[in-house]
Design a protein around this ligand. Structure first.
Ligand code: ZN
Length: 168
């Protein structure tokens, strides 16, 4: 086994704990709330680009802070901003909440990612911007594990859980 087997590089599954803080120092989310670190397939674009770049070459036990600009995070804000859509346009059985992401199909068949920015009665305001678009992101990271991705994970382009056994 080569010495760099546990270094983050393409084709590795990285398992990490993180806390994400915004410009105001507010914690946006933390993996520690879930009590479980997050696995991802490195090089597959499953985490924001600025964080993925900072992971490269790190190893198990490393802890570090990363500041990610909007362009390496969730992008700059663009488009017309939140637009109201009537509640009846959404399936009845789906619970809607602020910050919820979903995909809409456009008339020409493209899939457009959208987020619910606010809910005012039957007016559901949707925005093409991710809730963290335009924000500088501050990640506090601890790397828990780095392992080779399984053939199945490589084929699917995503991690199958911490141990690679949670296939789907
Ligand atoms: Zn899969």
């Amino acid at each position: 086994m080569s010495e760099d087997y546990s270094v983050v590089s393409e084709g590795k599954v990285v398992v990490f704990h993180y806390t994400l803080t915004d410009d105001e120092g507010e914690v946006v989310e933390t993996s520690k709330d879930r009590g479980q670190p997050l696995p991802y397939l490195h090089g597959a674009g499953k985490i924001v680009p600025g964080l993925e770049e900072a992971m490269e070459g790190k190893t198990v036990g490393d802890t570090f802070d990363v500041e990610v600009s909007p362009e390496k995070g969730y992008g700059e804000k663009s488009g017309p901003g939140p637009q109201p859509v009537d509640r009846s346009e959404f399936p009845d059985e789906v619970d809607l909440y602020e910050g919820m992401g979903f995909t809409a199909e456009t008339e020409d068949g493209n899939h457009l990612p959208l987020w619910i920015s606010s809910i005012e009665g039957d007016d559901i305001y949707v925005d093409q911007n991710h809730p963290l678009a335009g924000e500088t992101l501050y990640f506090d990271v601890e790397i828990i594990d780095v392992r080779d991705a399984t053939d199945e994970e490589i084929a699917h382009g995503h991690a199958h859980g911490v141990d690679g056994q949670q296939g789907h």
